[in-house]
Design a protein around this ligand. Structure first.
Ligand code: ADP
Ligand code: MG
Length: 368
C-alpha cells in the first residue's frame, strides 16, 4: 500500500528543542500518529538564540548554524521515521529574522534543507514563508489552515491558541466555508517575555508551571505601560517575533524599582491580557479557546487566560485528543503534503497575501 505519512519538523522561537511529528493524511481529517521533542546541542541552541537577537551578525556564523542545524534536523528525522515510509518531511527551520513590514519585507529561517534531505534520506520540503511574503503577505502565521483541518466544527465558534515564544490565534469559521472562513494572526508575546525575564533574573530557561509569577502580585502601573504596546492595537493581518518581544522590551518599560517576581507576575498578566484582548476584539463570537504549545503547561498563565476569557471555555488540544506539543510540527508535515499535491498552503485572509500560493521548495532525497 502506498504510504500516506509525512514528517514535520520545527524549532520554535523558544529554542527549547526540535519538535517532530508524523502525520497520516489518508483519512478525511489529518491524524498525528507520533511525535517527539529532540534536544538541540546546547552550544547550537545558544548560538540560535544569539542569532535571533537584533545585533550585528556575521554571515559566516549564520552559514555555520544553518549547516549545523540542517544536519541535526536530518539525523533527528531519520531516527524518528525509523522503518516507516515517509513521503516527505516539511521543515520549518529556525527563524532568526522576521520583518514582514520592512521594505523590502523579509523573513529568514535557517536549517539547510539540502542537508536534511542528505542526512534523513527523505524528500524535504522547506522555505514555506518566503513565497507568502513575495505575494505581499506577512509570511505568518501559516498554521491556521491546519488548525481548521484538525479542529474545525460546525456547531461552535472555536479559536485555536498556540502559545509558543510568540502567541498566535486561529479563529475558526464554519468548516463548510473552507479556507475563506479562517482567520488568524499573532497576538503578541507567548512565553517569550516570561522566559526572557526568568533567564535574566534566575538563570532558568522557563518559569515551571508559572510558579514564580503566581507567587507575586502584578504591578498595575507597569501593566498599564505594557498595555500601551502599539502591536496589540494593530488590525490583523499581523505577525511579530522575538525582535520585538525580548529582554530589551521588558527593560524599556521598567523604572528599576520593581521587585523581580512582581515583574514576572505582570508579564504573565500582560501576556494573558494581550491574548484575551485580541480574541474579544477580532473574534468576539468565540465560544471556546483550545490551547496548544508549551504555554499550556504554564498553570498560572492558563488561570489568567481563563479569568480574562470568561465566560468562554478554555481547554487544551490534548483534551480533544491531540498532543499540544505536536501541532506546530504536524502543521509543517501538512504543508509538505500541500506542496506535493500542488495545493495552496497559505490562507490569504490570514497572511494578507494577494492570493493562495503553493508554499515551499523541494529538496529531493536522491537521484530519481
Ligand atoms: N511546565 C511548563 N511550565 C511553564 N512553561 C512551560 C512548561 N513547559 C513548557 N513551557 C513553556 O513553553 C515554551 C516552549 O513552547 P513551544 O510551544 O515549544 O514554543 P516554540 O514554538 O516557540 O518553540 C518554553 O520555553 C516554556 O516557556
Ligand atoms: Mg519549541
Amino acid at each position: 500500500m502506498p504510504s500516506s505519512l509525512y514528517a514535520g519538523a520545527i524549532s520554535g522561537t523558544s529554542v527549547d528543542g526540535l519538535d517532530l511529528a508524523l502525520l497520516d493524511v489518508s483519512g478525511a481529517m489529518p491524524r498525528i500518529i507520533d511525535a517527539r521533542v529532540e534536544t538541540l546541542p546546547p552550544s547550537l541552541a545558544q548560538e540560535l538564540r544569539a542569532l535571533a537577537a537584533p545585533v550585528d551578525d556575521h554571515l559566516d556564523r549564520v552559514a555555520r548554524a544553518d549547516a549545523e542545524l540542517g544536519e541535526c534536523i536530518g539525523r533527528a528525522v531519520r531516527e524518528f521515521a525509523g522503518s516507516r515510509a515517509v513521503i516527505a518531511v516539511g521543515s520549518h527551520g529556525q527563524t532568526i529574522r522576521h520583518d514582514p513590514r520592512g521594505r523590502p519585507a523579509y523573513t529568514v529561517q535557517i536549517g539547510d534543507p539540502s542537508r536534511i534531505a542528505e542526512f534523513s534520506g527523505i524528500d524535504t520540503v522547506a522555505d514555506f514563508r518566503r513565497r507568502d511574503i513575495a505575494a505581499g503577505g506577512e509570511g505568518a502565521p501559516l498554521v491556521p489552515p491546519f488548525h481548521a483541518a484538525l479542529f474545525g466544527v460546525p456547531e461552535r465558534r472555536r479559536a485555536v491558541l498556540n502559545i509558543g515564544g510568540i502567541a498566535n490565534v486561529t479563529l475558526l469559521g464554519d468548516p463548510a466555508l473552507g479556507h475563506e472562513a479562517v482567520t488568524g494572526f499573532d497576538t503578541g508575546p507567548g512565553n517569550a517575555l516570561l522566559d526572557a525575564w526568568i533567564r535574566e533574573q534566575r538563570g532558568e530557561p522557563f518559569d515551571r508551571g508559572g510558579a514564580w509569577a503566581a507567587g507575586a502580585e502584578a504591578i498595575p502601573e507597569l501593566l498599564a505601560r505594557l498595555e500601551e504596546d502599539a502591536f496589540l492595537a494593530e488590525r490583523p493581518p499581523k505577525s511579530t517575533g522575538k525582535e520585538r518581544y525580548n529582554l530589551a522590551f521588558i527593560l524599556r518599560h521598567l523604572d528599576g524599582s520593581e521587585p523581580a517576581a512582581g515583574v514576572q507576575a505582570t508579564l504573565a498578566e500582560f501576556t494573558a491580557a494581550s491574548v484575551a484582548g485580541a480574541v474579544s476584539s477580532w473574534g468576539p463570537a468565540t465560544q471556546e479557546v483550545v490551547v496548544c504549545g508549551g504555554g499550556r503547561c504554564n498553570t498560572d498563565l492558563m488561570e489568567r487566560l481563563r479569568r480574562r476569557l470568561s465566560p468562554r471555555d478554555v481547554t487544551t488540544t490534548d483534551a480533544l485528543g491531540v498532543d499540544g506539543d505536536a501541532v506546530e510540527a504536524a502543521a509543517f508535515a501538512w504543508l509538505a503534503h500541500r506542496f506535493l499535491e500542488r495545493l495552496p498552503g497559505n490562507a490569504p485572509a490570514v497572511t494578507g497575501a494577494a492570493g493562495p500560493r503553493v508554499l515551499g521548495a523541494l529538496y529531493p532525497a536522491g537521484p530519481v
